[in-house]
Design a protein around this ligand. Structure first.
Ligand code: GUN
Ligand code: ZN
Length: 442
């Protein structure tokens, strides 16, 4: 026995059925790595090694704690590439399409974030919902209020999550109580970038809500913020709803397309992420691919608001980076499993068949790749941040019954994404430590 190794308190391990991706299953038949009885060894919050338990246990220093999750699946933490934390309280609001829904439900809900105490309370609940659902990284909208950004970064920092957020920029076509100006939006965003970007696992996103709610002056300043701060993200919405697309065409007769409005203002590029992207043409898709701009596919939201059916096959054929987003509160679930479920159905309607492997890849390594974070998260390669989720295929009587009848791993993954939700998440770990369920108070 090696006496120094036994006292290495930075070392721990988890044992279970491990599934992760080392490439994109759409392009590589060996992309999915599977250890039926696997071990994930964590050192100092990062992956030290991942492989068959029999092999790795033999060389694990004696005394290393091993959490036993045999009978359950261990996957990388989910990556939600588009979500709105201030819309937590309006999830499942009935009866409108995008533009009416924004006026009737969204703007009044976002108004309440002028109160920092409200923002702090919702931010804590929101982060707990993410963790309860196995999501360890998210790109989230805040509101126009800078304090709403402080509240979310603070809540995520306490939980050690990887979180991208930013102050919404909105200086026209919105209620006065949510309106900034081109100059104030620029100055407040800059101050927030200086305060938060790169602190622990927190990253800033310049966040123009969408083209209709920013003047050309504000759009140009958003592009300038993005260019002036290398490493910062930019997030917005694009071509979600037909009425919205018509409105943008009226507002910007000079532009070739909705995407072109953003491109003219310097808002495309690596780390720019656009939600929805339903009503695009191939020129748009090629520009997105050529500039490294990513799409967040938000199926539950697209169905809920009746926005349309996203064409995943075409986006991928043309080489656009794509991740999955819940888009709560237009999205109807914080669960990435339920988001995969609805992605499958949306694609069925378009004659495209999403495999379980592709769905789980989108929710993990694919999402990380779309955000240019795949060097840090998304799978269990050595050195990655050790965020993982433990999924229980017997979490409900129906899941247990259906899972028992599965012959292959592929079938079991498909059943989990179709029938699973937060009940299937037995545990979520962030940087190797349990983050959900919470340890009982001492
Ligand atoms: N477009 C502009 N703002 C929003 C929003 O808050 N949600 C969705 N789904 N689309 C938007
Ligand atoms: Zn959105």
């Amino acid at each position: 026995m090696n006496p120094t190794a036994t006292t290495d308190i930075r070392l721990s391990a988890v044992r279970g059925e491990i599934v992760h991706f080392i490439a994109d299953p759409a392009h590589d038949a060996h992309a999915l790595e599977h250890f039926a009885d696997g071990l994930l060894i964590v050192r100092d919050g990062h992956v030290a090694e991942c492989g068959p338990a029999a092999e790795l246990l033999a060389k694990l220093p004696a005394g290393t704690p091993v959490a036993d999750h045999r009978g359950k699946l261990i996957l990388p933490g989910f990556v939600d590439t588009h979500v709105h934390y201030p819309q937590t309280d309006i999830i499942a609001s009935h009866g409108e399409q995008l533009l009416e829904w924004l006026e009737k439900y969204t703007f009044p809900a976002e108004r309440r974030f002028a109160d920092p105490a409200h923002a702090a309370e919702v931010a804590a609940f929101f982060c707990d919902q993410l963790l309860k659902n196995g999501t360890t990284t998210a790109a989230a909208f805040a509101t126009v209020h800078p304090a709403s950004v402080d509240a979310l970064f603070t809540a995520a920092q306490r939980r050690r999550m990887r979180l991208i957020t930013g102050k919404v920029l909105m200086d026209r076509n919105c209620p006065d109580f949510l309106r900034d100006t081109a100059a104030s939006g620029y100055a407040e965003s800059k101050a927030l970038i200086e305060r938060w970007h790169g602190r622990d696992r927190l990253l800033y996103a310049v966040t123009p809500r969408f083209a209709p709610t920013s003047t050309p002056a504000q759009m140009r300043l958003a592009g300038r913020l993005f260019a002036e701060h290398p490493g910062v993200f930019l997030q917005s919405h694009l071509a979600e709803n037909r009425g919205e697309v018509d409105w943008v065409a009226q507002l910007h007769p000079e532009a070739r397309s909705y995407l072109d409005v953003y491109e003219r203002c310097g808002q495309l590029g690596m780390r720019a992420v656009y939600a929805h992207c339903i009503w695009l043409d191939d020129t748009d898709r090629r520009r997105m691919a050529d500039t490294g701009t990513a799409i967040s596919f938000c199926p539950t939201s697209n169905l809920f608001l009746g926005s349309g059916l996203f064409d995943l096959r075409r986006a991928r054929e043309l080489g656009v980076r794509v991740g999955l987003g819940t888009d709560v509160g237009a999205g109807t679930s914080f669960s990435m499993l339920q988001t995969m479920n609805e992605a499958y159905k949306v694609l069925q309607l378009a004659g495209q068949s999403l495999s379980a492997a592709s769905a789980f890849h989108l929710a993990t390594l694919g999402g990380a790749h779309s955000l240019y974070l795949d060097d840090r998260i998304g799978n269990f390669a050595a050195g990655k941040e050790a965020d993982f989720v433990v999924l229980d295929p017997r979490a409900t009587p129906l899941l247990a019954r259906r899972s028992a009848a599965c012959a292959t791993l592929d079938e079991r993954l498909f059943v989990l994404m179709m029938l699973g939700d937060d009940r299937a998440v037995a545990a979520t770990h962030v940087l190797g430590r349990p983050a959900w369920p919470r340890a009982p108070a001492a």
